[in-house]
Design a protein around this ligand. Structure first.
Ligand code: UTP
Length: 408
């Protein structure tokens, strides 16, 4: 992109301050800035002007889950179907590891965090160990696609190389990067993080499939004959990946997507819950759950919105191609954003000072015709690490690993 083109683009979106230091930049730095301007979706930030109108929910009604009793009764049937699909190479796994993990407070990718107590046990290692259980059971390697971002790609890929992929077959591991979105102040003016760099952050975990398309990975998926993609978060160290019983249940029920869910531990627990929204599967976030919904009961007298998602979804690949063209809703999130002040010095704020712009994987569910919420035993499969201490922390995950006989 030429300077003139960059100028025109910035002018269109009221962001000309991005060029404030242009004249004092070295040639290479100028090129970097122009390339970033060319790449960046500046139209996104316009959304902050009508923030309150975004993401209005439709009519919420309950969606029942397949519960533990039924799963146990049909375990053999589901597992056989799932294992067949895995053995036939029809199931791939997608690790979402592009997040910043700010709550954990480490600059390194979350997956390289060592949760070991008597030895090194990295988060990535825990996930690979879990996936290996299925590799052994099915006697076949499973394609693993790992999403990183501009902020952690190099650190993630070199960590896997250094650790020899924790024994996984590198031919079955493919990295790809998600897109970045600009970060702005409350008026939608993009911040600068350096004189030649707009502040940016990963654009949320909802862009994973479009990024896979962009990176040519979807062609690879077709060549490999993969029909199902199990998308999961990096931070749940008890995550069961490509779980044959879950795969089988999703296939047998002819669902477009299966979603692992756990029974909520309190009506106001901070997890998104499965529901129908205007008759289609959806997830209502905990902060969108009204008192009425929180206390609503189903026909058996049980809480009607009682199953929380744990970011483990099995998507039919074919339907993803249909929905990717549709624009997912944008979420505008208040965050602390490092920025250059008027004097051109980098400031790391202690309090939130602006917005990041994200799309979320959970919004994909609403685009699909059918979803199977599939209950799992919470203490066996859900040990998220969001914080250093307290709820959903390294400490709580360590305790849950211990409970499951995992030596750390
Ligand atoms: P979180 O919503 O917990 O965000 O991510 P985070 O960035 O990891 O952590 P905080 O909020 O900054 O503390 C849930 C999952 O989605 C992935 C994360 O890596 C994690 O697996 N994710 C999140 C992405 O892959 N990309 C993103 O842009 C955001």
């Amino acid at each position: 992109m030429t300077y003139q083109e960059a100028y025109a683009k910035l002018e269109k979106y009221g962001q000309l301050h991005v060029l404030k230091y242009y004249d004092e930049l070295a040639t290479e730095e100028k090129e970097e800035l122009l390339a970033q301007i060319a790449d960046m979706d500046l139209a996104l930030v316009e959304a902050c002007k009508h923030k309150s109108e975004l993401n209005q929910k439709g009519k919420i009604t309950p969606l029942s889950a397949m519960q533990l009793g039924e799963i146990e009764a049909r375990k053999e049937e589901f597992t056989a179907v799932g294992l067949d699909a895995i053995k036939a190479g029809k199931v791939g796994a997608v690790l979402l590891a592009g997040g910043m993990g700010t709550r954990l407070g480490s600059d390194a990718p979350k997956g390289v965090y060592n949760i070991g107590l008597t030895k090194e046990v990295f988060i990535f290692q825990r996930l690979i160990e879990n996936l290996m259980d299925v590799v052994h059971a099915a006697d076949t390697w499973i394609h693993l696609f790992i999403m990183t971002s501009d902020k952690n790609h190099e650190a993630t890929t070199s960590f896997f190389k250094e650790k020899n992929y924790f024994g996984y077959n590198p031919d079955y591991v493919t990295f790809f990067m998600q897109d970045m979105a600009p970060a702005t102040d409350y008026d939608g003016k993009v911040y600068m993080e350096a004189k030649n760099k707009i502040s940016s952050s990963p654009n949320g975990n909802g862009g994973w499939f479009s990024s896979m398309m962009k990176w040519g990975i979807v062609d690879k998926i077709h060549e490999a004959g993969i029909e199902w993609l199990n998308v999961f978060a990096v931070d749940n160290v008890l995550q069961r990946i490509a779980d044959p019983c879950f795969v089988g249940a999703t296939i047998v029920t002819a669902s477009d997507v299966g979603a692992k869910v756990v029974r909520k531990n309190a009506p106001d627990e901070k997890v998104g819950v499965m529901c129908l929204e205007d008759g289609r599967p959806s997830i209502v976030e905990y902060y969108e759950l009204t008192e009425d919904l929180m206390n609503a009961k189903d026909e058996n007298g049980d809480p009607a919105y009682n199953f929380g998602v744990i970011l483990n979804y099995l998507f039919k690949e074919k339907v993803l191609e249909d929905i990717v063209a549709k624009k997912l809703p944008l979420h505008i999130v208040e965050k602390k954003i490092p920025y250059l002040n008027e004097a051109g010095e980098l400031v790391k704020p202690e309090e939130p000072n602006g917005y990041k712009y994200e799309q979320l994987v959970l919004d994909m569910i609403h685009e699909l015709d059918s979803c199977l919420p599939y209950e799992v035993v919470r203490n066996h499969e859900f040990a998220p690490i969001k914080n250093k201490t307290g709820v959903d922390s390294v400490e709580s995950a360590q305790a849950l690993c211990k409970e499951n006989g995992i030596i750390l």
